[in-house]
Design a protein around this ligand. Structure first.
Ligand SMILES: [Zn+2]
Length: 313
């Protein structure tokens, strides 16, 4: 992302232009202005902030988060934000340059990977790994939100920062957080219960595997075609046959694919084994249709729970 400096410069230029045409109406909105990169924190802010926040997500619904590049307008949005929330980790390297520049900065910044304990990205047996993957370089798994427990910790951090910036609405944030914590805890309990009853405790992903924190939380084993954030690529023949053998050996009824995937690897495994292909949605982003239908982290995870029950049978 070498383009970033050029983008910052044009963002500053654009900001100068835009400032010239601001009207008094712009001041009428005294809601806390929150900007997030991806969907999960966007939704957490909505749940906790309610009508007191104006939250926007930089990633457009329906787009793949790993291909995202900020536009000059996005950079202005970040600089103008009261709170900017990003994930942290390798996919968000571009953020550092913006936050370390001498330009205007958001009032508060939250990195999801700073809110919870992180683990290293896991390469399990059988995975196809990109060749340039430098084994000396430690990469942290950035998909921290996939565990509902982490979602709770992150939402609490967001609540804390909202209360700091907007103390007059503290009671409202507290009330919303209490209600949201109840919903997340109930989701967490339902996952625990499903796993407790499970005959099979191994997940097969004929796809990338961004669900490490989720699997660790509930003590689930997993095998997958690629690591969490790897760019699209062809799996090796060894990976395919490894996963087919695992499905047969452990009599696993479901092979998962993730959102925005062509699902071809999962199809191949299902054709060979008779397993059923189902989606496990990692929540990086939602489709336009889901967005318009009001999908939330909890509604997506509830669909995952339904599919997981079939897989654990
Ligand atoms: Zn990812």
């Amino acid at each position: 992302m070498k383009r970033i400096t050029a983008i910052i410069l044009s963002a500053v230029f654009l900001a100068a232009l835009l400032c010239g045409c601001k009207t008094d109406n712009d001041k009428s909105d005294d809601r806390v202005n929150v900007v997030t990169t991806i969907f999960p924190p966007y939704d957490f802010v909505r749940q906790v902030g309610g009508d007191n926040v104006n939250v926007s997500m930089l990633l457009k619904p329906g787009t793949e988060s790993h291909n995202y590049d900020p536009t000059p307008q996005d950079i202005i949005k970040i600089q103008d934000a009261d709170i900017f929330i990003y994930v942290g980790g390798e996919s968000d390297e571009w953020v550092r340059e913006i936050l370390e520049s001498d330009d205007k900065q958001p009032k508060k910044v939250i990195a999801l990977t700073d809110c919870v304990d992180t683990v290293q990205e896991d390469i399990t047996t059988g995975m196809t790994v990109e060749e340039e993957n430098d084994s000396d370089k430690i990469e942290y798994d950035e998909h921290v939100w996939t565990s509902p427990q982490n979602a709770l910790t992150i939402s609490r951090k967001i609540t804390e920062v909202l209360e700091e910036l907007d103390s007059k609405n503290k009671k409202s944030y507290e009330k919303n957080m209490l209600e949201y914590a109840r919903e997340l805890s109930s989701l967490d309990n339902d996952f625990k219960e499903a796993v407790d009853k499970a005959k099979n405790k191994t997940l097969i992903f004929g796809d990338r595997f961004p669900m490490r924190y989720f699997a660790d939380e509930y003590g689930l084993g997993y095998f997958a075609a690629f690591p969490g954030c790897s760019s699209d690529m062809e799996p090796s023949a060894a990976t395919i046959s490894f996963l087919i053998n695992k499905v047969r050996e452990k009599k696993i009824p479901v092979v998962f694919t993730i959102e925005f995937s062509n699902g071809k690897v999962a199809d191949t495994i299902c054709e060979a084994t008779g397993a059923k292909k189902l989606e496990f949605h990692s929540c990086h982003n939602v489709s336009q249709e889901m967005f318009d239908d009001g999908a939330t982290y909890i509604s997506i995870m509830r669909t995952n729970l339904k599919n997981l029950k079939e897989a654990l049978d």
